[in-house]
Structures are given as structure tokens and as C-alpha cells.
Design a protein around this ligand. Structure first.
Ligand SMILES: Nc1ncnc2c1ncn2[C@@H]1O[C@H](COP(=O)(O)OP(=O)(O)OP(=O)(O)O)[C@@H](O)[C@H]1O
Length: 239
């Protein structure tokens, strides 16, 4: 892809009391690109997400988004610029309905309730949850709660969405549906970075894969390229 990049990460590092969770990571993400982020347990994937979305301040390096330096910005500032995320363990408001949860996302752009409601209804429809709009979030299935988080993230009108293990715990039909959802997000012109252990969910749809091991990027290429990369194979066999 030759389009100008959306996100640039340059020499990013993050340490926790001497434990290096991310080391010297550099990559770019282009508009509407689908990028898988994989690596063995503890490789630093969630830490990288937290740095990108403003939940952690990197120890070293720089993150730029559409030319803005967002290194160490707050989650609110990152969201306002167009970076949305979901969480490995869903963080929804359990006592609120599905619709109300998505309205919280929509209100980032427009505080007026009727507009937020319309936007939320549209995003619930996009993820296939219209029939659950008035259901309390705690009563949704795991698969539905994951889709609800995606709807809430989309309601913030992101240019980049960070999806953290949205396919974990899903059955094969749900994994296929989640893959299709990611593809439809791409068709809306939104880039996604997807942390995923479910390879059959991510490999067929990703344009590119980034592989982390012990906090460092060890590969960056198409799914076919990384599947044959000796360093990637060694990282997984050594797990
Ligand atoms: N807030 C924190 N404080 C201290 N150490 C942390 C913190 N967050 C992550 N770590 C450590 O950083 C390393 C990378 O963790 P991280 O959760 O980013 O990996 P991961 O690739 O997302 O793992 P998994 O696939 O198991 O979710 C681990 O050793 C972890 O224990």
C-alpha cells in the first residue's frame, strides 16, 4: 500500500520497574489496513495497545497519528483524534442496556441524546445486535458483549480501532462472523490492529501481520510471509 500512513510508531519501549514489556518497536499503519498483532503469551501485545491508546506512557520512542505526536497522551485525547479500542476482558457498563452502552461512545462526538441514540442504533445494527438494544448488558452472551464493545468503539467514529482478542472463546461460526465484521470495518475505511490468538480468524483477513516476542518486533509481513518466517516459527515452538 502506498497511501500515506495513519499511525507511525518509532522506537517504542515500555518498562515496568525494570521489566521490559515493549522494546524498540517501530511500524506504520495505513488507512483502512487490517493488521494482525500476534506473539506468544507475555510478548507485549496488550502493553503496546495500552501505549497506542493512551493508557500507558511509553518509556522511550514516539507515536504519531495523522502527523500529531500522541506519545503519552490520555485515552480521551487518543479517542478524540480517532483511536478506539476494545479490551481483552470486556469493559462494558453491565447495569446499562446495550443501546445505552453504545450511546456512551457516541457522546464523544455529539452530546445531544437524540443524535447519540441514532448513532448507537446504527452501530448496534452494524454489529447485528439490534434485537438486543434494550437488553441489560450483563444479560448478553460473551460473543454479544464483544460485539457490543466493538459497536461502542465504532460509535466514537475512529480512524483506527484496536481489537483485543475479540475472537477468543467464540465458536467456529462466531469466529467467522467476527472475521466478516472486521472486513466490514475495513470497508468503512477504518484501520484495525487486531491482537488475536485465534489464527484461523485473523490469518485469512489480515493484510499484514506484526509479530512480537519478548517485547520486540520480530516480523512484519503478509500472513503467508510470517507463517514461513523461521524467527516466528521458533518463537511459537519455544512457547
Ligand atoms: N501494568 C503492568 N505492570 C507490570 N508488568 C506488566 C504490566 N502490564 C504488563 N506487564 C508485563 O509485561 C509483559 C507483557 O505483557 P502483555 O500483557 O503486554 O503481553 P501480551 O502479549 O498481551 O500477553 P497475552 O497474550 O498473555 O495477553 C508481561 O511480562 C507482563 O507481566
Amino acid at each position: 500500500m502506498n497511501a500515506p500512513h495513519l499511525l507511525a510508531v518509532d522506537g517504542l519501549g515500555k518498562s515496568f520497574d525494570g521489566l521490559v514489556a515493549n522494546r524498540d518497536i517501530s511500524f506504520v499503519i495505513h488507512a483502512a489496513e487490517i493488521v494482525g498483532l500476534i506473539g506468544p503469551n507475555g510478548a507485549g501485545k496488550t502493553t503496546l495497545f495500552n501505549c497506542l491508546a493512551g493508557f500507558h506512557t511509553p518509556t522511550t520512542g514516539r507515536i504519531t497519528f495523522e502527523g500529531h505526536d500522541i506519545t503519552g497522551s490520555t485515552p480521551e485525547a487518543a479517542a478524540a483524534l480517532g483511536i478506539a479500542r476494545t479490551f481483552q476482558i470486556v469493559r462494558i457498563f453491565h447495569s446499562m442496556t446495550a443501546l445505552e452502552n453504545v450511546m456512551v461512545g457516541a457522546m464523544l462526538r455529539n452530546k445531544r441524546v437524540p443524535e447519540a441514540r441514532r448513532k448507537a442504533e446504527a452501530e448496534l445494527a452494524f454489529v447485528g445486535l439490534t434485537h438486543r438494544a434494550d437488553t441489560q448488558a450483563s444479560d448478553l452472551t460473551v460473543s454479544e458483549q464483544k460485539r457490543l464493545e466493538v459497536a461502542r468503539a465504532l460509535a466514537t467514529e475512529p480512524k483506527l480501532i484496536l481489537l483485543d482478542e475479540v475472537m477468543a472463546g467464540l465458536n467456529p461460526t462466531e469466529v467467522r462472523e467476527a472475521s466478516q465484521l472486521v472486513h466490514r470495518i475495513h470497508q468503512r475505511g477504518i484501520a484495525s490492529i487486531i491482537v488475536e490468538h485465534v489464527m484461523e480468524g485473523i490469518m485469512p483477513i489480515a493484510h499484514r501481520m506484526l509479530v512480537l516476542d519478548y517485547g520486540a518486533k520480530i516480523a512484519d509481513g503478509t500472513p503467508a510471509e510470517i507463517a514461513e518466517n523461521p524467527a516466528v516459527i521458533a518463537a511459537y515452538l519455544g512457547e
